[in-house]
Design a protein around this ligand. Structure first.
Ligand code: NOJ
Length: 700
């Protein structure tokens, strides 16, 4: 990386200790007033002195603008060269205006919504002095057991690429000099979503081909969109923890993808290389980390304790250290921190901008395209004049924000019950265990709307599930209701694609919603009553049995496909089916669409424009994503039969017809060969266009 004159000059004044300090990130509590004058607590644990503490370069998370101001000013008073601290935090789907969880944003299949959510999150978070967000999570996620699928954009690498790219653009805006932008830190390199059996902090088991062909796309999006940082993953890939892996950080990330920015470890993950039993001392860990080009160590103090002795012994070159420090200082300079240590900080604005009316509206607008209608036997939308009863303890839940909403304010979030009460006077049975009188009310009702699923604390980091299904309590609730009234509409609220039981499937309608954040209750009520026509589609496949997990739509063709039970030696289960309950991309609407024609408009070296004429054949306005899949040519390496190469959203008034132009970017119409070289497919391209239940095939 080319350094500016200012950074070069600064580095010429820095001692080795000061340089190494820039590579250390600590949580704010390290600076608590009692600790800075004596070696105690975390300082003792990590064996760093108060002098070393005042060399650290960045802070992980803050409680708000006051804390940031206090820490920065105290730090600057004590620091010799007065290089400001850089504040980084997990702003994942909003600061105080909480947007849908990333998986819910992916269900909209609308990268613009991903960009909007990120832009507003940046505007709000920067008022508290935060300058870097640990987002977006670009990990491809295929295993519903993993709690962090909620932070991903799901199972498809092409969707993953576009949602991730848009989020980075949203956070970073057009220039990081603008104090309302955040530098984005894409994470977790690499393949953190491929943890075995859906667990966190474990090994990723995948072929190198899968790694290049599918898992790299999200990180490639970060690099293409110029995210300034990437975070290494907690897991072991190809036998080495990513944080100390030269293959991951140097070969894949810096050389193959061309990343030039800062690589930061995950929390304590440099130190943890020893727990993985890959390095046997702090010294060896520091050596492996710096050789792998890991720039910042989050939380633990392996670099602070060991880099200088390694340099003195000649085992680490000063150049290696300077490269890392240069990248960190260039980031500080680019953010404008060297001129204004309090970049963006504005306590007055922090008190008013977050959750302002406009931001709430934006959150509502992003969320309204997310709920997914999985089934509807003319049960939805509800009519206000019908006799309806609403059931389930989730009605009363105010924490609709979803995990990773540290600054979100649950008490300022409306529950479903609050919204329903404001607008209607239907009976609300806010319980999962029904009494006799409840049963009578349910029996008499024309329609019963039942809310089941997960709560915010059931998904996110360290929230893996062995069996991502409905709880026994929710199963019983549904069974009891269905046994006395068949007119059931099930609303599933979740942070992951749950495996739905036959009881759920027996409902007349199923509305599936990932957690939608601040506007969830308004959006769900509006969707149930038809103010919003559902237009979300599944970003992850819903399995029909937990035994199918992990399941996704990009499996490779087998030599022995299952073709009914007539032949034994095929790829199948003897105790269940192969097909999922609903595949990725599935989602219905209150209206219907048809695809009338499609043809190539024009083509050049880089792109093909495809014109598709669609019509709304139903009776209400409807929006929906439209997908273009390539039938992959045979190229000497096993590939899924179909690969997503374009998608877009469209909206049509009833009866209206419209011609949309979908652009196919040829750089994505590609594959890796067995030597991990990327090639574009040659045309002609046989494509399948999918709009809800409609399909249309054409050769381009
Ligand atoms: C651990 C998580 O894996 C990572 O995603 C997060 O950014 C850091 N902790 C910091 O909170």
């Amino acid at each position: 990386m080319k350094l500016t004159k200012r950074v070069k000059q600064l580095m010429s004044l820095m001692t080795l200790e000061e340089k190494v300090g820039q590579l250390h990130q600590v949580p704010p509590f390290f600076f608590s007033d009692e600790l800075v004058n004596e070696v105690a607590g975390p300082l003792r644990k990590y064996k760093i002195s108060p002098t070393q503490l005042f060399h650290v370069g960045s802070i992980l998370g803050t409680a708000g603008p006051e804390e940031m101001k206090h820490l920065q000013s105290m730090y600057l008073q004590r620091s010799r060269l007065k290089i400001p601290l850089l504040f980084m935090a997990d702003i994942i789907h909003g600061y105080k205006t909480i947007f849908p969880i990333p998986l819910a944003i992916a269900a909209t299949m609308d990268p613009k919504r991903s960009e909007t959510a990120a832009r507003i999150a940046a505007k709000e978070a920067t008022t508290s002095g935060i300058a870097v967000t640990f987002s977006p999570m670009a990990d491809l996620a295929r295993d519903a057991r993993w709690g962090r699928v909620m932070e991903s954009s799901g199972e498809d690498p092409f969707v993953n690429y576009h949602m991730t790219y848009a989020a980075v653009k949203g956070y970073q805006g057009s220039s990081l000099k603008d104090p309302s932008t955040l530098a984005a830190c894409g994470k977790h390199v690499v393949a953190y979503g491929a943890g075995i059996a859906g667990k966190d902090y474990t090994q990723a088991e995948l072929s190198k081909h899968s790694l290049y062909q599918y898992y790299l796309e999200g990180y490639r999006a970060c690099v293409d969109a110029e995210a300034r940082l990437l975070m290494s993953s907690f897991n072991v890939v190809e036998g080495i923890p990513s944080t100390v892996s030269s293959f991951v950080l140097k070969t894949l990330i810096r050389n193959h993808l061309g990343f030039k920015g800062v690589i930061i470890s995950d929390y304590d993950s440099l130190n943890e290389a020893q727990f993985h039993r890959v390095t046997s001392s702090g010294e060896e860990t520091a050596l492996k980390g710096i050789e792998a080009t890991l720039d910042i160590e989050m939380s633990s103090a392996i670099y602070q304790n060991h880099l200088i002795p390694l340099i003195e012994q000649g085992k680490v070159s000063v150049k290696l250290l300077n490269d890392a420090v240069g990248r960190v200082l260039m980031l500080k300079e680019e953010l404008g921190l060297l001129d204004d240590p309090y970049r963006g900080l504005n306590p007055a604005l922090e008190a008013t901008l977050p959750l302002s009316e406009n931001h709430y509206k934006a959150a509502y607008d992003v969320a309204k395209a997310s709920p997914i209608l999985l089934k509807n036997e003319q049960a939805l939308p509800l009519l206000p004049e019908e006799e309806i009863v609403f059931v389930g303890s989730l009605l009363d839940e105010q924490n609709l924000l979803g995990a990773w909403a540290w600054h979100g304010e649950v008490e300022r979030t409306s529950s479903l019950a609050m919204v329903l009460r404001q607008r209607y006077s239907f009976p609300l049975l806010m319980t999962d265990s029904l009494e006799e009188t409840d049963l009578k009310t349910i029996q008499k009702a024309k329609k019963v709307v039942v809310f089941v699923g997960e709560r915010s604390k059931e998904f996110g980091e360290a929230r893996s599930k062995m069996s991502p299904t409905l709880s026994d309590e929710h199963q019983r609730l549904l069974q009891t209701i269905l046994s006395i009234n068949p007119n059931v509409i099930t609303v599933v609220m979740a942070g992951r694609p749950l495996v739905l039981s036959p009881t759920v499937v027996a409902s007349q309608a199923i509305l599936y919603s990932f957690y939608l954040g601040s506007a969830m209750a308004d959006v769900l009520v509006d969707t149930l009553f038809g103010g919003i026509n559902p237009s979300g589609t599944l970003p992850m496949t819903l399995a029909s049995d937990v035994g199918q997990l992990p399941i996704h739509t990009l499996s490779l063709p087998t030599g022995r496909p299952f073709e009914g039970k007539t032949y034994t030696y095929t790829s199948h289960y003897i105790d269940g089916g192969n097909t999922p309950l609903f595949p990725m991309g599935f989602g219905l609407s209150y209206t219907f669409f048809s695809i009338q024609k499609a043809h190539k408009l024009h083509e050049n070296e880089d792109q093909i424009d495809l014109d598709v004429t669609v019509q709304n054949t139903g009776h209400v306005y409807g929006e929906h994503p439209i997908f273009v899949y390539l039938k992959t040519p045979i190229v000497g390496v096993a590939l899924p039969e179909y690969q997503l190469i374009a998608f877009n959203r469209m909206g049509l008034e009833p009866g209206m017809r419209q011609t949309l132009t979908l652009t196919i970017d040829k750089k994505h119409v590609s594959y890796y060969d067995t030597s991990f070289k990327r090639h574009r497919f040659d045309g002609p391209f046989h494509v399948k266009i999918v709009l809800m239940n409609e399909q249309y095939e054409v050769t381009l």
